[in-house]
Design a protein around this ligand. Structure first.
Ligand SMILES: *Cc1c(COP(=O)(O)O)cnc(C)c1O
Length: 405
């Protein structure tokens, strides 16, 4: 099925290009969603294996989520952080219980959560050592966000180059190479900062012995382990947080994306040890963070995850997706390998082809998938996805792959 666009579509895109700063290359104007499907303004249907970049875990128009938001709208939207509000307290309790990390700070985005995590780590080391010479270990091919602090930890020279000088004292190690981490550590290292599953750089889960060894190095040297679970957390891996597959816990973590399933909300959490000796009154703040409206949404998200047994669905559907992807990797010479955990999967393509070309062709077939890195495709469907959707996705993908020579 070829998607069609009427003139209104191109007119609106022309208008958009006049008034929006061009930092993205976009083709589609989305109008609405329903379940795991999206519809553009010309009413073309798209099967969504991108979920707004791993955000819309509950798909679109989830009744309980919408109802929780309507109820909150009728009470109050915003209070500032000069006062408590009940949704923020309840949601913090749920996030703390789900993560096993005691103290939560609400933010408006993932990047902002990472900024807070960086500040907490820096302050912890400063209080202990009373100097400013600390460094942070981050990883090549990582992604932590686009603000100056988060960008400083993002191991992608293309993103960093025009914005230098960035934060001082960031050392980039090779992901899943413990020797490289050890080479980069010195007595001034205050934090090791990583995604449990690398996302934007190509879907690469941390190896178990790698992460366990990092935890041990951190414990032995009073270095803080910071896990960025913005993309891989909130159930996407099959556990609430991906580190729960590894039998370890971070000292600090960041979350966002699926936390609000479409609401602009993030958070970072710190354990008691860090909480008692890092950010204190006056050290950090936000106007919107922990806003009652978004926190009412976060509360509903946690409740729906339980009620609808979302983690169990991720477990069974990821097994089905992995089998389906493995079999097409086997079938098509242009695909080289699959990597991932849960419903966050990457498939690599041979260098001759561009992932963005394949993604455009998929769009013409009514399928939304995402790029990751330069040469892989990312599959991150809503966590409510069913077998029939996975079958449909594979059928569409085959049409695309068959058309490539
Ligand atoms: C998306 C993402 C971020 C940035 O989050 P924003 O909400 O876009 O600021 C940071 N880290 C990871 C791993 C991400 O996937």
């Amino acid at each position: 099925m070829q998607q069609t666009q009427d003139s209104n579509h191109s007119e609106l895109i022309a208008q958009a290009e006049k008034v929006l700063l061009k930092t993205y290359n976009r083709k589609l104007i989305i109008d609405r969603g329903n379940g795991v499907f999206l519809y553009d303004i010309d009413n073309n249907e798209y099967l969504d294996f991108g979920a707004g970049i791993a955000v819309c875990a509950l798909g679109y128009q989830h009744k309980d989520l919408n109802e929780a938001l309507y109820n909150q709208i009728n009470k109050i939207l915003h209070t500032s952080n000069l006062y408590y509000n009940v949704p923020a307290i309840t949601a913090a309790k749920k996030l703390s219980e789900a993560s096993g990390i005691e103290k939560i700070f609400w933010t408006n985005s993932g990047t902002e959560a990472n900024e807070g995590a960086i500040k907490a780590a820096k302050k912890y080391a400063f209080l202990r050592d009373k100097h400013h010479k600390h460094n942070i270990i981050a990883f090549k091919n990582s992604f932590h966000g686009r603000s100056i602090g988060a960008l400083s930890l993002t191991g992608n020279p293309v993103y960093q180059e025009p914005f230098k000088p960035l934060l001082d004292g960031v050392h980039f190690a090779d992901f899943n190479e413990i020797a490289s981490v050890e080479r980069n550590i010195d007595s001034q290292t205050c934090a090791i900062f990583l995604e449990t599953i690398q996302g934007e750089g190509g879907i690469t889960p941390a190896k178990k012995d790698f992460l366990v060894k990092i935890r041990k190095i951190c414990d032995e040297n009073d270095i803080l382990l910071v896990l960025d679970e913005i993309q891989c957390g909130m159930g996407r891996s099959g556990k609430m947080f991906a580190w729960q597959h590894y039998g370890i816990k971070p000292d600090i973590f960041s979350t966002a994306k699926a936390l609000g399933c479409g609401l602009p909300v993030g958070a970072f959490g710190v354990n008691e040890r860090v909480a008692s000796s890092s950010l204190a009154e006056g050290d950090h703040g936000t106007t919107y963070g922990g806003n009652p409206l978004v926190c009412a949404g976060v509360n509903a998200v946690f409740d729906i995850f339980q009620k609808e047994k979302i983690l169990a669905n991720v477990e069974s559907m990821s097994e089905y997706l992995i089998n389906a992807l493995d079999s097409i990797v086997e079938q098509y010479d242009i695909l080289t390998k699959r990597q991932g955990l849960g419903l966050l999967q990457g498939v690599w393509i041979i260098e001759k082809y561009k992932n963005t070309d394949i993604i455009s062709k998929a769009l013409e077939q009514g399928l939304i998938i995402l790029p990751a890195g330069d040469n892989s495709l990312r599959f991150a469907p809503p966590l409510i996805v069913q077998k029939e959707h996975i079958d449909m996705m594979i059928d569409k993908l085959k049409v695309v792959l068959d058309s490539i020579d």
